[in-house]
Design a protein around this ligand. Structure first.
Ligand code: C2E
Ligand code: MG
Ligand code: MG
Length: 583
């Protein structure tokens, strides 16, 4: 270590000689200046560790010099000992308020001087250590921040730029006022299914393979980012050329036609894409990603392997959808869902055979809303599960009341959506409703669609069997509009086929659908199933169905769906007589 350097500032050179003599044996490097101005000027060249500063000097006095040292960025922590002949308490207080660390009175005592100098040099050393520590700490923080930024900028699984990195790039583009770019949001279809069937390890390998394949297709002005999960985003920096964008999209979609080989398995994946074009209206990158996401969502609604360009109308639809979703959640709490009942009639006798429970939403401002407007949304959000249970319970309670009134033969049909059918607690929930309402399960008929069955056929077989073992009847609703795969009918113990309204309505018109009704009725008879024709609106339709021996029917010709009280006054008020047809 080099010897400590001490700057002595005194207008009287004799005083320097005195100090020099007193500190002689200590091995310090002593410097001398005779004015305050010279002292300030010498700091940067001499870089002292301590200043011994005379108070009374012409020009800048000791107080002023000390004050300036304290105000300087570089020397603010440099220890200063005031050397003074003043002894009044307020003079010493002035020394400290000017920023001195210590003082020593003239005439100077050797031992005192040495002790005070040593103590101040120790302080200097501690400052130095603290500064070194601070510098190291700052460097560490900088290094760590850079590491974290690198982690944030990269997707851990695919090693692609992350959402944060993409947002940064998009910000730069927007700041540069560029609008000749396109953002493409790609989402792999039904990835949850892959996750559920093959587990996360294989799904992660698949995502890596997808990333690698996409990377090969990205042009030189493109950037492929991973938004997390099974979502990717492609930024094309220099294009607003629709043809070029569409050609890239087609290439991407085509590339998905080749399976991804992962762990020896060939996996087919499809993807949907949403595209948003750069526009001067965009100010923040999140907005671009949001719109690309909305377009992608639209593409999803069109089916797997689709793509859509964003248009502002989609935004409106999305806002409307979100508002509806919110309203629906509140509707459940506010008990705004009510059940209407539509009679199902024996076509031979025109006597009432049962009723179909159909949900309605009693909206505070819009009035009665039909299920077509909200069931599809409830299906995607999952709200159809609790609402469906509520309807099932209300319908069973109502059936119990009618049975108590003597209508013991009535069958109550209740719709079960795909989501409800896939709900793992379905059987328990139904058992509980049967137990609390006390109805005869044989009087309950559940209507499911072909897609509910085919979405997960193996589970569906077990479920249908479990329901049938409870004597509950099963009907296939909208028969013929779904998979139309007749093969499954042998495997499911269903009781009834419901002919969709779109076929019934064609009965009088000689189209190919005309024959569908005949065929379904014949098929039902062959398999020993009852057939219910839905949507009977006219006498000729009824006559034809009767001629074909279709057993049951439902439609506006008999009655529209009505509240329970109206059903009672119109159909359950006397003896079991044929239903009067609506003219
Ligand atoms: P769905 O189960 O096929 O019900 C028959 C639909 O056809 C009902 O429409 C009914 O009002 C209508 N309909 C019946 N006869 C005629 C007719 O002669 N002419 C015309 N034009 N229409 C007729 P709604 O009540 O609007 O229900 C539509 C769909 O919503 C139902 O089709 C069913 O899939 C679903 N849905 C209704 N209620 C529920 C429910 O509580 N749970 C579930 N999961 N879905 C329900
Ligand atoms: Mg139905
Ligand atoms: Mg139907």
């Amino acid at each position: 270590m080099p010897p400590a350097s001490i700057l002595i500032v005194d207008d009287d050179p004799n005083n320097f000689d005195v100090i020099e003599a007193l500190l002689d044996a200590q091995g310090y490097q002593l410097h001398y200046v005779s004015t305050g101005a010279a002292a300030i000027a010498a700091l940067d060249t001499l870089e002292p560790d301590l200043v011994l500063l005379d108070v009374m000097m012409p020009g800048l006095d000791g107080f002023e010099v000390c004050h300036r040292i304290r105000s300087s960025c570089t020397w603010a922590t440099l220890p200063v000992i005031m050397v003074t002949a003043l002894s009044e308490k307020q003079d010493l207080a002035r020394c400290f308020s000017a920023g001195a660390n210590d003082f020593i009175s003239k005439p100077i005592n050797r031992l005192e001087l040495i002790a005070r100098v040593q103590s101040m040099l120790l302080l200097r050393e501690q400052y130095r250590q603290l500064e070194t520590f601070n510098t190291q700490l700052e460097a560490k923080v900088r290094e760590r921040t850079a590491q974290l930024q690198a982690i944030i900028a990269q997707d851990a699984l695919t090693q692609l730029p992350s959402r944060a990195a993409l947002i940064q790039t998009l910000s730069e583009l927007l700041q540069a006022k560029s609008s000749a770019f396109a953002v493409i949001h790609l989402d792999c279809d039904q990835f949850k299914l892959i996750n559920g069937s093959f587990g996360y390890t294989l799904s992660n390998q698949l995502l890596k393979a997808i990333a690698a394949r996409l990377q090969q297709l990205i042009p030189s002005d493109g950037l492929l980012a991973c938004l997390g999960g099974n979502e990717f985003c492609i930024l094309l920096r220099q294009t607003s050329d629709l043809e070029r964008i569409e050609s890239l999209i087609q290439t991407i979609l085509d590339s998905f036609k080749t399976p991804f080989t992962v762990s020896g398995l060939d996996l087919f994946v499809t993807a949907c894409l949403g595209i948003v074009l750069g526009h001067s209206n965009y100010v923040c990158p999140e907005q671009l990603l949001q719109d690309a996401g909305i377009a992608m969502y639209r593409a999803k609604q069109q089916g797997t392997g689709s793509y859509q360009f964003f248009d502002p109308q989609m935004h409106q639809t999305m806002v409307h959808r979100l508002a509806l979703e919110n309203d629906l959640k509140l509707a459940l709490d506010r008990q705004e869902f009510v059940v209407h009942y539509q009679p199902i009639v024996h076509l031979k006798t025109l006597k009432i055979a049962g009723l179909e429970a159909l949900v309605r939403w009693q909206h505070p401002s819009r009035g009665l809303v039909a299920p077509g407007e909200f069931i599809p949304l409830m299906e995607t959000t999952g709200l159809v599960v609790p609402v469906g249970l509520l309807i099932l319970k209300q319908a069973c309670q109502q059936l119990y009341r009618w049975q108590q009134q003597g209508w013991t033969h009535l069958i109550m049909s209740v719709n079960l959506s795909v989501r409800q059918f896939a709900c793992p607690t379905l059987l328990d929930d139904i058992d509980q409703i049967l137990a609390t309402t006390g109805i005869n399960p044989a009087c309950l008929k559940l209507e499911i669609t072909e897609s509910a069955i085919m979405d997960n056929a193996e589970t569906a077989i077990g479920l249908v069997e479990a329901l049938r073992s409870r004597q509950i009847q099963i009907s296939i609703d909208d028969f013929g509009t779904g998979y139309s795969s007749l093969g499954y009918l042998h495997r499911f113990m269903v009781n009834d086929l419901k002919i969709d309204r779109s076929f019934t309505s064609q009965i009088q018109i000689l189209t190919s659908k005309y024959k569908v009704v005949d065929t379904i009725i014949a098929l039902g008879q062959q398999l020993g199933l009852t057939v219910t024709a839905e949507g009977i609106e006219t006498q000729p339709q009824l006559a034809r169905l009767q001629q074909l021996n279709c057993e049951l029917g439902q439609g506006y010709l008999f009655s529209k769906p009505l509240p329970a009280a109206d059903i009672e006054t119109r159909f359950l008020n006397g003896k079991d007589s044929p239903i009067m047809l609506v003219a």
